[in-house]
Design a protein around this ligand. Structure first.
Ligand code: PFF
Ligand code: NA
Length: 452
């Protein structure tokens, strides 16, 4: 089976990993975190973390996938056995699969909101609406379990359909069509935003680096975002890495993924803030930036209904190419381990995630208060899920860094990395010392929230 499951071209892994990386993290989360955390200063910390923590771990995770050529769970079992290292490292595979399962369950619900907004925009339902009407419309959406379930079902079924069609026909075929189309849409939206919005204000907000603007909280938030945005620590990159051509360069590919992901986050940031500032709105709106503030800007701008609709199509598409990378690690494991057919394996994964997604759906309405998680942790089931993944992601990244940095020998790494001694030394220093320290800092911030 292994010869069948290699990407068709040397560059397909790059395409697939960029598809996984670019998603709600770039279009929704990055802009609102920048908006909440003082603009340029946040971006500076984020960029440094991507360079010295994100890229080295990205290399390590791809390396584990390609050297095992198996899905994360069996891949880690294989690597620990063949290298004679502790069985404990297998946690990396199990944790990754668990995290992928949890993340997909709420990622799908939130991506579903974009389906709703895309239709609202195209139908002109929000044209000319004022701030209170727009936020009332968001509240109405969240208050309706049946609408949320409908969109969640549509989105997760679409992801399942693509992955169910196989690594080549489904995933590769889907990416080959979706990625260029999405990039084109982003260019159109950016061009529109620069024309009708206030690009000058957006640029100075994004690129005025004043570290004093940044709280400790913002620092740690920037580091957490760099894991999420690169899809690290969840088995997605490892699963895709298992299909990567032996000829492609790990280092060059990882750097390209990080550059493209960052470029797209910045382009989305410029577009969104140009529209928001151009309409005299505020940057620091939190998660509602995309679903309340931005629709308000579109509602007031010429041609805003159509462009708004197009923008939300971009959000749906980008989320879809990320969601399929969350289905793949678990589905591939079910196929390898139990011999299920791929469609059946995918069906099991998405049905499970669909049910888990109901926790998120109900967190915005019937379970927004008074559930067992409110009693135990003072927060909704969705907040608890998100909190758990905020721990699993950096923890997964940490273990990957430690395993690649300390448990693998230089020969084992060099067989995959094929780089010179200097770069190897730099990479090894980063995964051995710098990445673990950075992750420890993220935890110092996250753990005390448990009492929250
Ligand atoms: N990197 C994706 C984004 O920025 O939206 C989110 C994501 C996808 C995280 C896949 C983790 C993952 F395995
Ligand atoms: Na991303």
């Amino acid at each position: 089976m292994s010869s069948r499951n290699i990407w068709t071209h040397k560059g397909t892994f790059l395409l697939a990993a960029v598809g996984s990386a670019v998603g709600l993290g770039n279009l929704w989360r990055f802009p609102y975190l920048v908006g909440e955390n003082g603009g340029g200063a946040f971006i500076l910390v984020y960029a440094v973390t991507i360079a010295i923590v994100g890229i080295p771990i990205l290399i390590a995770e791809t390396l584990l996938g390609r050297s095992s050529r198996k899905s994360p769970i069996l891949g880690m079992q294989h690597l620990t056995e063949s290298h004679g290292t502790s069985r404990g490292w297998r946690t990396i595979g199990w944790m990754g699969a668990a995290a992928a399962f949890l993340i997909l369950s709420f990622y799908s619900v939130i991506a579903g909101w974009a389906i709703h907004y895309s239709m609202q925009m195209f139908s002109g339902a929000l044209a000319g609406a004022d701030a209170s009407e727009i936020s009332a419309s968001f509240d109405t959406l969240l208050a309706s379990p049946s609408l949320l379930i409908l969109y969640h079902t549509l989105f997760i079924a679409a992801s399942g359909l693509i992955v169910g069609m196989g690594v080549h026909k489904g995933i590769e075929g889907g990416l080959r069509f979706l990625m260029p189309a999405l990039f084109l849409i982003l260019l159109v939206v950016l061009g529109y935003a620069v024309m009708v919005g206030d690009a000058g204000a957006a640029l100075s907000f994004l690129f005025t680096f004043n570290l004093a603007d940044l709280s400790l909280e913002g620092w740690l938030e920037a580091m957490g975002q760099s894991f999420f945005t690169l899809s690290l620590g969840m088995g997605a990159i490892m699963a895709y890495g298992a299909y990567m051509s032996d000829e492609a360069s790990l280092t060059r590919t990882a750097i390209s993924i990080a550059l493209v992901d960052t470029l797209i986050a910045l382009m989305a940031g410029v577009a969104i803030f140009a529209l928001v500032f151009g309409s005299g709105l505020e940057a620091g709106q939190g998660p509602g930036l995309m679903f309340v503030t931005l629709p308000l800007a579109f509602a007031e701008l010429p041609g805003g209904s159509v462009l708004g609709g197009v923008f939300f199509i971009l959000v749906i598409g980008a989320a879809l190419t990320s969601a399929i990378s969350l289905v793949e690690p678990v589905a591939a494991w079910l196929v390898e381990r139990f011999g299920f057919s791929r469609p059946l394996a995918v069906l099991m994964m998405i049905v499970g995630c669909w049910f888990l997604g109901l926790l998120t759906v109900f967190s915005f309405n019937v379970w927004s208060q008074g559930t067992i998680t409110h009693e135990l942790f003072g927060r909704s089931p969705f907040d608890v899920l998100e909190f758990i993944t905020n721990i699993l992601m950096p923890l997964g990244g940490l273990l990957i860094a430690l395993f690649a940095g300390w448990a693998l020998t230089r020969e084992q790494v060099m067989a995959q990395m094929a780089t010179n001694a200097t770069w190897f030394a730099v990479w090894q220093f980063l995964v051995r010392f710098v990445a673990p320290t950075a992750v420890a800092f993220v935890f110092l911030r996250t753990i005390p929230q448990i009492e929250g």
